[in-house]
Design a protein around this ligand. Structure first.
Ligand code: FCB
Length: 466
């Protein structure tokens, strides 16, 4: 049994669902620019309309309520709130999130607000984006605006979603906005994201309700050496752990960058973008760690023969998203796979939760994302569309079983957010990959709860995994 206070929810992100990109004074974001640049997104899809959530807010709120959800994790679109990334705030943009938060609370659903899920105002990118230190200061100002506006009602806040993706897919492999491919820029961006996290926490804490709880959502990588008895493979896994996980965990939770990361990357940068006092600014009190989990990776020490394969989650690219780790090779994982080609392995989630519990006992845990894309088929039953998605149910059930196991083994996991409430704009994959518990027909924008939504709803109500 999951206790009554355990939060069952779903997660979304602003650019992936809202649409209405020109409405009510919203400014352009780097994802508008990136998706409108030919060649970046499958089928030239964009978030212009997405799920049209902006106009269907009440319907989507009712949907969540009908599913009996305890909580909803969503992100604020910075360019709605500050169209050019800086003051002044746009009242119409804030009003949308007011309605969203009030609508959730009226239905007894806890809002869990992420400040940044990748849609940086384009004006800030034009001034240097995350490669530029000033963006961290601008983020703190934005956090203050959001805190002032919503902090009386929102208790749970997440600063950044997957800063690894922002830094390394955005500036290393370039498969995400802003599409830069330069390893040093990726490391600078990672540092400025860390700084943004710390400064935003200070700004928020001063403005929101006293019982507020703060977290960051990290896509922590479960990286395993191919041959556990091979020192080279073990070291390859250590390297990816440094540049994928500890590059954020250590400064945020311990106030230092890992020595091995500094050594691994010494040939590409001297880290002079880290200024005196930055680590103290980053290392702010934090209540919880949000874990986003999908799959695992397996690495070897690359002997330089044949071509290296840099892919690991998300998209493949010729540029490596892993600075200082050129001799690490990612190996194909055994199946089964989801439609993303990501391997299904719930043991990775268990491992992560137990590791966080062991290494960061001060922080409690939330699974801030977990879910799977499958090629769903719509069939008709009594004149109504239905989606039978047993693979997704199986994925969710098996991952929730290890959450339960981790809780039994002492990990303080307080909630689980299925990715995602709705089928949506899956970044560089466009609308092809469907992660929703609720199907969206992208021609009519009609919503149809899949079998997985009904299954998850029964779980949220019964608290019992079946
Ligand atoms: C995560 C992102 C989320 C979604 C899922 C599938 O990396 O945070 O927006 O794209 O992957």
């Amino acid at each position: 049994m999951f206790p009554e206070r355990f939060l069952f929810g779903t997660a979304t992100a602003s650019y992936q669902i809202e649409g209405a990109v020109h409405e009510d004074g919203r400014g352009p974001s780097i994802w508008d620019t990136f998706s409108h640049t030919p060649g970046n997104v499958a089928h030239a899809d964009t978030g212009d309309i997405a799920c049209d959530h902006y106009h269907r807010l009440e319907e989507d709120l009712d949907l969540m309520a009908s599913l009996g959800m305890d909580a909803y994790r969503f992100s604020l679109a910075w360019p709605r709130i500050q169209p050019s990334g800086r003051a002044p705030a746009n009242p119409a943009g804030l009003a949308f999130y007011d309605r969203l938060v009030d609508g959730l609370l009226a239905r007894g659903i806890h809002p869990v607000v992420t400040l940044y899920h990748w849609d940086l105002p384009q004006a800030l990118q034009d001034a240097g984006g995350w490669a530029d230190r000033d963006t961290a200061a601008a983020f703190a100002d934005y956090a203050a605006v959001a805190g002032e506006a919503l902090g009386d009602r929102v208790q749970m806040w997440t600063t950044l979603n997957e800063p690894w993706c922002s830094a390394f897919l955005g500036h290393g492999s370039g498969v995400h906005a802003p599409g830069i491919t330069d390893p040093v820029t990726a490391l600078r961006a990672a540092h400025h994201l860390n700084l943004a996290h710390g400064l935003a926490l200070q700004a928020l804490r001063a403005r929101v309700r006293a019982d507020a709880q703060f977290s960051v959502a990290l896509n922590l990588h479960v990286v395993r050496p191919d041959r556990a008895d091979d020192a080279g493979d073990v070291d390859a896994a250590r390297q990816i752990d440094a540049v994928g996980n500890r590059i954020f965990l250590d400064p945020m939770l311990a106030g230092a960058y890992p020595d091995d990361l500094l050594a691994d990357t010494a040939t590409v940068t001297d880290w002079s973008f880290v200024h005196d006092g930055d680590l103290a600014r980053i290392h702010q009190p934090l209540e919880a760690i949000g874990v986003n989990y999908y799959s695992t990776s397996r690495v070897r020490r690359w002997d330089g023969v044949g071509s290296n394969n840099h892919s690991a989650g998300h998209n493949t690219s010729t540029a490596s998203p892993w600075p200082g780790a050129a001799s690490v090779q990612f190996l194909p994982q055994p199946g089964p796979y989801t439609e993303m080609g990501w391997n299904i392995d719930p043991s990775g989630l268990y491992e992560l939760l137990m590791r966080m519990h062991r290494e960061h006992p001060q922080q409690w845990l939330l699974v801030t994302e977990n879910g799977a894309a499958f090629a769903d088929a719509v069939t008709m039953s009594d004149g109504h569309p239905v989606v039978h998605d047993p693979d997704r149910i199986d994925y969710l059930r098996r991952h929730l079983a290890v959450v339960q196991q981790a809780r039994d083994d002492g990990a303080d996991v307080r909630g689980y957010f299925a990715w995602s409430l709705l089928d949506n704009f899956e970044w560089a994959y466009g609308y092809d990959k469907r992660f929703g518990l609720v199907r969206v027909d992208f021609d009519t924008l009609a919503r149809t709860p899949k079998d997985s939504a009904l299954w998850y709803s029964r779980l949220a109500r019964s608290r019992t995994l079946r």
